[in-house]
Design a protein around this ligand. Structure first.
Ligand SMILES: [Zn+2]
Length: 397
């Protein structure tokens, strides 16, 4: 197999992932564009994959001799990107991203996993001093003084399969909530991915409320949710019962020793329309002597998912934290505000998660065929950057 280059990556995206028609019909909103949307969209995606994520850096890149190797037809300014992203309809990008993830499943990218999960979680990104857009949330100190502004968004990602693929995100303005945005996002993800795509949704404690659990059930998903103090009755009942009992099972997780307690006959709280609630408690003992303890609730029957498997499904929540938000922020500029405009922010965030999904499918599935080990993310970036060096002219001296 030939080594990775931006040219081959683009061919992979256009042919294997069938994104050529998305690049041509991406929701262009500029009345008389001088530089076509396919040029700008591909430049944004390859720029993100190369971790040149600011509009300013991308302008420098496409005005350098590296442009040919990037497969970007023309140079342009950062103002062009600002104007383009302000006016781009985010709908086609969301649809293309969901179609890419559906295609990954059809192409057996998740084979080897018994269940496919969706993790849903919120984060803050794009800190700035002054408010510039309707998505700016003021940050206040204890006296109510405004210290700055932050944007908030919910993300949904495929987890639990060994291949973490972000699918969609939903920012929300002040007055709205992570909880509300999360429900809209889950509904849209299940509509675009299809009801049989995933089997469960895994969420943190703030989503463990009756309306959210009911919504997940209506969408055909089992729920695995962290159980915290916001459900005091169930939380107290589970603690009282499990601390008085020996563990249901003990097993190894890497170098850690894990004890689990598991029971499926807890009473639902008043508003929850479940017959009973299953609660899992785990205590994960690390080699350095520390212990991590957590409680989780689910509607998954014990006959279908054993204690150890449920522990793994609960742990899959960390994948959105580590390979969604953490990767997005530290490596792909999810925190960065390239152009402070609500639609431009949304489009760029969507392109960040699209770039993550394309990069992972290329690196961990397409390039990883055969017996050799897969490239790490930074190795792929280095190979792609090296491929941008123009060949040396022959030495004729
Ligand atoms: Zn803003």
């Amino acid at each position: 197999m030939k080594g990775p280059t931006p040219h081959r990556l683009k061919r992979f995206a256009c042919r294997r992932l069938r994104l050529a028609s998305y690049l041509r019909h991406s929701g262009e909103g500029r009345p008389r564009p001088q530089i076509g949307a396919p040029v700008l969209l591909w430049a944004l995606l390859i720029g993100l994959i190369l971790r040149e994520w600011s509009f300013h850096a991308l302008e420098a890149l496409v005005r350098s001799p590296a442009r040919r190797g990037l497969e970007v037809g023309r140079g342009f300014s950062e103002d062009t990107l600002a104007y383009f992203t302000e006016r781009l309809d985010p709908g086609p990008t969301r649809a293309a991203l969901a179609a890419t993830v559906r295609r990954a499943k059809r192409n057996k990218a998740f084979d080897g996993s018994r269940w496919i999960g969706l993790a849903l979680d919120g984060t803050g990104a794009g800190h700035c001093r002054e408010a510039h857009c309707p998505l700016c949330h003021p940050i206040r100190d204890a006296q109510g003084h405004v210290l700055g502004h932050l944007h908030h968004l919910c993300l949904v990602s495929v987890v639990g399969t060994g291949l973490v693929l972000p699918v969609d995100l939903e920012p929300y303005p002040p007055g709205d909530s992570e909880y509300g945005a999360g429900q809209r996002l889950l509904q849209r993800a299940v509509t675009t991915l299809g009801r049989r795509f995933a089997q469960y949704v895994v969420v943190d404690g703030e989503f463990a409320t009756a309306p959210f659990l009911h919504l997940a059930g209506e969408l055909g998903l089992r729920v695995v949710a962290r159980l915290k103090g916001n459900l005091p009755e169930l939380s107290t009942a589970a603690q009282a019962r499990f601390t008085a009992q020996p563990p249901t099972a003990t097993f190894e997780d890497g170098r850690d020793r894990v004890e689990v307690w598991d029971a499926d006959d807890f009473d639902p709280w008043e508003t929850l329309r479940w017959a009973t609630v299953r609660v899992l408690r785990y205590r994960q003992h690390k080699p350095d002597g520390t212990c991590v303890e957590a409680y989780w609730l689910t509607d998954w029957p014990m006959g279908e998912v054993g204690s150890r498997a449920l522990y793994r499904l609960a742990k899959s929540r960390w994948e959105i934290e580590n390979q969604g938000f953490n990767d997005g922020k530290t490596r792909y500029g999810l925190e960065h505000v390239s152009h402070h405009h609500a639609n431009s922010l949304l489009v760029r965030w969507l392109l960040v998660i699209f770039a993550l999904t394309i990069e992972r499918l290329y690196r961990l599935r397409y390039l990883h065929r055969g017996r050799h080990s897969s490239h790490t993310a930074i190795e792929l970036v280095r190979l792609l950057r090296l491929a941008l060096c123009p060949p040396r002219p022959p030495d004729t001296s």
